[in-house]
Design a protein around this ligand. Structure first.
Ligand SMILES: [Fe+2]
Length: 306
């Protein structure tokens, strides 16, 4: 396996094309330092993400703050990096952001240490949408949602959420990523959107965060639409399962794929996670609205008062 640090520009572009075709790309047998990993990601895009829920957290390594450490071992002031051993339900790392409200379209998962019992599942909503009947496509094009943080977040249960101390206040630092964005009133997004770099349709579904829903402009039941989402998307043909092993580096596109993770059984599992965009290799994201950054700040202030 060629080391990605030695990729020519042409090889890098080919890898990005695979990523855009499949929603993910996997590199095996890498064995990178943190610096090498970040340097590689920066050839694709900006790693210095602004989304507070994906960005510089208290427990990120001080000399490589663009990496979050996902582990059950103590990291910095956190008892276990992000998330601890809990299982995590399907989500995209845009969290409760609507389409165009986040720019870190890429999540990288580099495996430093493995847990053979932990399965990471990727669900491709572009593939799912492509294979729908015309009638199904038309139905989903008429559905809109509003996303907000809900009780359990991306955790399987409230107990699991409470068990994880990593996302709770650490010396008051929690404010910065407690609630990166909040939508009010009738604020909404289309469920079916066009990927800014491929022009292909995909579905933006965040099972943990659907707060309101509309069909042809009329409010509809959130429970019913969640059930429809699940039946339409959570199918074997749309899902690829991975067990990450040492030296594996997986990059997934957050518009095309959702991911879920089963319980971590071994404390050996350590993942370095950069969040980045396509801007250095493919240019700016035409869907991204930078004015959202101000709104995120205002939303946090408002949401903290709610
Ligand atoms: Fe995630």
């Amino acid at each position: 396996m060629k080391k990605i640090t030695e990729y020519t520009d042409k090889e890098l572009r080919e890898a990005v094309d695979i990523l855009l075709d499949n929603g993910h790309v996997m590199f095996h047998e890498q064995y990178l330092t943190q610096d090498e990993l970040i340097e590689f990601c920066r050839r694709i895009g900006d790693t210095n993400d602004s989304n507070p829920s994906m960005g510089h957290m208290e427990f990120n390594p001080k000399d490589n703050p663009d990496l979050s450490i996902i582990t059950t071992q103590p990291v910095g002031k956190s008892p276990h990096g992000m998330f601890g051993p809990t299982d995590l339900v399907y989500h995209g790392d845009g969290g409760m952001c609507h389409f165009g409200e986040f720019k870190e379209l890429l999540t990288g998962l580099y495996c430093v240490g493995s847990c053979p019992d932990t399965v990471l599942s990727l669900l491709n909503t572009n593939k799912a949408f492509t294979e729908f009947s015309e009638e199904e496509k038309e139905y989903w094009r008429n559905v809109e949602t509003q996303l907000n943080m809900k009780e359990k977040g991306i955790y399987g249960t409230i107990e699991e959420k409470n068990r994880d101390g990593s996302m709770k206040a650490i010396d008051g630092a929690q404010e910065a990523y407690k609630c990166p964005i909040y939508h009010y009133g009738d604020e909404r997004q289309n469920v079916v959107n066009i990927h800014p770099y491929t022009g292909k349709e995909f579905m933006l579904w965040q099972p943990a965060f659907v707060d309101k829903a509309w069909y042809k402009g009329e409010p509809i039941s959130v429970d019913e639409i969640q059930d429809k989402f699940r039946k339409a998307l959570v199918r074997g043909k749309n899902i690829t399962d991975f067990v990450l092993r040492e030296g594996d580096f997986l990059i997934c596109d957050q518009y095309y794929t959702l991911h879920r993770r089963s319980w971590v059984q071994s404390s050996d599992r350590v993942i370095w996670r950069p969040a980045f965009d396509y801007s250095n290799i493919l240019g700016p994201d035409s869907a991204y609205n930078p004015s959202i950054e101000d709104k995120k700040y205002i939303s946090r202030q408002k949401a903290n008062k709610v």
